[in-house]
Ligand binder design. Structure first.
Ligand code: NDP
Length: 461
């Protein structure tokens, strides 16, 4: 006999789990949430939120650099890493408390312990108690993965440790060419570190539009970041407090820290999934689910990074909400995973929604491209060499805007708004009919008159 009975047992107190617990409790379900670490999960505790605070900190350098052209004389600025970390930690603790408060306010109960399946309906808690659950939601997220072992891999830090370094590294080597590697490369460069990015392919941000990839790399290099492509880290030697990183190209680099951001694994291990009979998706290693986030065991669901579909916080939240609506609100709800806007908080930022040029060419026969690359008005006086890139990918047969890609200041903010238009299936004519806001950078989105490229392909027989 189990000690406790619940309608819903949620494993993981991150974005997806918390949303599902609160909504299900709101529908009257008896809900228990198990979290072994801190409420809030990756995004709040060691992901999006602390990262964005560090992005703000590192932006200050650009503002200071831009100031002179506008007449400001600012004595040499100094930066204190310990103050940033302490203030960031304070905000994260506040958010963690807010997450806990809101879950408890909804009527759900939090247990601060690890929970594992004993069978498909029974969870065993770290306290030894057993819980009998009518439904289970697995929302245990993901964890950094360092790839294949090599000599010295134990010296590598991940995005888990980077938020707690005792001091700002003077020199840092970062392996990876995706979101986390590039965001931290720009954070550290802005804070004054000497940064080298190591990427195995021919250019960073694989999967993004080619113009975005080229533009971001160029801008990062302009800001002093070294980007080495076509190589990987093969060995790391430690000498006291410093490291020598050896590359497959034969080169070696001295640094004070070596960070890897080469992807994240779904946290499937040690949950007792085999005892519950829950199947893993053989393609991506996450828990296999259908469009309603239901696993092969009908009363067990999974949302967020554990499913390794689209690993973004707002997606996990939508999936958690849709699960609760479907199962406890009697409103079957599928999450629409199309046209999800996303930002990479590099400096300058990337904002992107919809199809890349290459994806559009593969799916549509007539594709028009509108692209612009310019210096902002601000840069003309500040003297900054930074350039903005904006691009619209249009289905020339229907005039529908299939994709929008921006590299420039506040691209994350801009793409949230453009995302609405793209989701509403706006046409290029709709963009053109919208009056410009002058003088802004964003006005270029509604003033690009002539295509910069037109692609026509015969439809497949
Ligand atoms: P990504 O998948 O974005 O990038 C991983 C990078 O590591 C790629 O460049 C990949 O290369 C490279 N890589 C993979 N395996 C190896 C290896 N064995 N050796 C060398 N390089 C390797 O993962 P991240 O860790 O950066 O981030 C994880 C996810 O978290 C993101 O995909 C995103 O979904 C989410 N995230 C979102 C953020 C946001 O919304 N702003 C911010 C941070 C994370 P290749 O391209 O060749 O495969």
């Amino acid at each position: 006999m189990a000690d406790i009975d619940v309608d819903l047992f949620v494993i993981g107190g991150g974005s997806g789990g918390v949303r599902a617990a609160r909504i299900a409790a709101g529908y009257g379900a008896n809900v228990m949430v198990a979290e072994e670490y801190r409420m809030g999960g990756t995004c709040v505790i060691r992901g999006c939120v602390p990262k964005k605070l560090m992005v703000y900190a590192s932006h200050v350098r650009r503002e200071l650099d831009d100031a002179a052209g506008f007449g400001w004389t600012i004595p040499e600025a100094t930066f204190d890493w310990a103050t940033l970390i302490a203030n960031k930690d304070k905000e994260i603790a506040r958010l963690e408390a807010a997450y806990t408060f809101n879950v408890e306010k909804s009527g759900a109960r939090i247990v601060k312990t690890r929970a594992v399946f004993e069978d498909a309906n029974t969870l065993r808690l770290g306290t030894g108690e057993r819980v009998n659950a009518k439904h289970v939601l697995i929302a245990t997220g993901g964890t950094p993965n360092h790839g294949d072992p090599f000599p010295g891999i134990e010296h590598v830090i991940s995005s888990n440790e980077v938020f707690h370094l005792r001091e700002l590294p003077k020199r840092i080597v970062i392996q990876g060419g995706g979101y986390i590697a590039l965001e931290f490369a720009c954070i550290f460069a802005g804070l004054g570190s000497d940064v080298t990015v190591i990427y195995r392919g021919d250019n960073i941000l694989r999967g993004f539009d080619e113009d975005v990839r080229r533009h971001v790399r160029k801008e990062m290099e302009k800001s002093g970041i070294t980007v080495l492509t076509g190589c990987i880290v093969t060995k790391i030697d430690k000498h006291g407090e410093t490291f020598t990183t050896h590359l497959s190209s034969g080169a070696s680099i001295a640094s004070d820290q070596v960070m890897f951001a080469v992807g994240r694994h779904p946290n499937v291990k040690g949950l007792g999934l085999e005892k519950a009979g829950v199947a893993i998706n053989p393609v991506n290693g996450g828990i296999a689910v259908d469009g309603f986030s239901q696993t092969n065991v009908p009363h067990i669901y999974a949302v967020g990074d554990i499913t390794h579909r689209i690993n973004l916080t707002p997606v996990a939240i939508r999936e958690g909400h849709a699960f609760a609506d479907s199962v406890f609100g009697k409103r079957p709800t599928r999450v629409d995973h199309d046209d999800i806007p996303t930002a990479v908080f590099t400096q300058p930022e990337v904002g992107t929604v919809g199809l890349t040029e290459a994806q559009a060419l593969a799916r549509y026969t007539h594709v028009d491209i509108y692209k612009t690359d310019f210096r902002s008005l601000k840069a003309t006086v500040s003297g900054s060499e930074s350039r903005i890139m904006m691009k619209l990918v249009v289905d020339a047969s229907t005039d529908r805007v299939l994709g929008c890609h921006i590299v420039g200041p506040e691209a994350g903010e801009l793409i949230q708004i453009v995302g609405i238009a793209v989701k509403m299936k706006a046409t290029k004519a709709d963009f053109d009919a919208t009056m410009a806001v002058h003088p802004t950078g964003a006005e270029e989105l509604v003033t690009m008159r002539a295509p910069t490229a037109r692609h026509v392909r015969q439809a497949a027989e």
